[in-house]
Design a protein around this ligand. Structure first.
Ligand code: DGY
Length: 317
């Protein structure tokens, strides 16, 4: 029987399925494994079902037992795994695309709304029980008729565009290449970030974390935005240079920021915590029962397909 290490606790239905399929080494206490623990625990395994919190870097991969042939990441993003080293060691890495598109787009809309309508400040006032309604109390920005820039018009970016249009927003985007008109659905393409940022009253970051997108929002590129723009990030923390962003919030160059993801998660740059115009969530993009169940099912399907056929549809390396 094949043996699989599952690095984090999953929803019960997924764990039951895993236990029926294989000798599944579950993590019932949901402990976060160190790299050494991961290497040790997967010693006799044929595969690993990993999560975004497992940093499976070059050194870790090189120390994995030769029996490990697949790392099935329970996420669409796979920046936590050194996929090139895995390839060299003949380990396939897979991800879970599609199934989390809508849940993540919903969180992207929540970030946009939360930042634009000053939700963090509002919540604080209500909790402190000292607010009173007045005509100019917590005036925010209206989405209707504003321009939404989408950085990364893949599946999630397009799902954000669809939702934002129903709020009356005008959609602009930048992608490595222009989409065909069906996928574009009326959005305006910009072939460089300066052009996109300069028309973004609100920016939604939905691109993958790569060496090209790391720190793409920095001191220089923040200057491209209209005065008082809003920036939101539901992709990965690496895209934002936190020092530059905190400064832009302090000097009001940027009106508000909405974040679901962070550099060095679960840490957060301390400069954000004192800013009233920062709306923050703890990486909830895919956190619905429907989506987390579907993601784990797909991560399991990926291993099953590989064990049966030696191939897998969702290989990323
Ligand atoms: C993903 O799938 O990359 C999500 O961020 C995980 O929650």
């Amino acid at each position: 029987m094949k043996k699989v290490l599952i690095t984090r606790k999953l929803l019960r239905s997924n764990e039951e399925r895993l236990s029926k399929l294989w000798d599944a080494k579950l993590n019932l206490n949901d402990e976060i494994y160190s790299q050494n623990q991961l290497i040790e625990l997967s010693k006799d395994c044929d595969g690993i079902l990993s999560s975004i919190v497992d940093k499976i870097d070059e050194e870790t991969i090189n120390k994995l037992s030769d029996s490990v042939k697949i790392i099935s990441n329970f996420a669409v993003g796979f920046g936590n795994i050194d996929i090139k080293t895995a390839r060299k060691k003949n380990i396939i890495v897979t991800n879970t695309p599609d199934v989390l598109t809508n849940a993540t787009a919903e969180i992207a809309m929540l970030l946009i709304l939360g930042a634009a309508r000053r939700a963090s400040e509002g919540i604080k006032w209500v909790r402190n029980k000292n607010w009173k309604w007045s005509a100019d109390f917590l005036i925010g920005k209206q989405l209707e008729d504003s321009r939404l820039g989408i950085l990364g018009m893949g599946r999630i970016g397009r799902a954000v565009a669809l939702r934002a249009k129903s709020f009356g927003m005008k959609i602009h985007y930048h992608n490595r290449s222009k989409l065909n008109s069906d996928l574009e659905a009326g959005a305006t393409y910009h072939n460089n970030i300066q052009s996109l940022f300069s028309v973004s009253d609100i920016l939604s970051i939905n691109c993958p974390a790569t060496s090209e997108t790391k720190n793409i929002i920095n001191k220089e590129t923040l200057e491209f935005f209209p005065q008082g723009a809003i920036i939101t990030n539901s992709a990965r923390g690496d895209m934002i240079n936190d020092e530059a962003m905190v400064q832009a919030l302090i000097n009001k160059r940027i009106y508000a920021l909405g974040l679901d993801v962070y550099n060095g998660e679960p840490d957060i740059h301390s400069g954000y915590l004192n800013q009233p115009n920062v709306f923050i969530l703890p990486h909830l993009g895919s956190a619905t029962k429907k989506t987390r169940t579907a993601m784990a099912d797909l991560a399991i399907d990926n291993i099953e397909e590989y064990f049966k056929t030696g191939k897998c549809t969702n290989i990323v390396n």
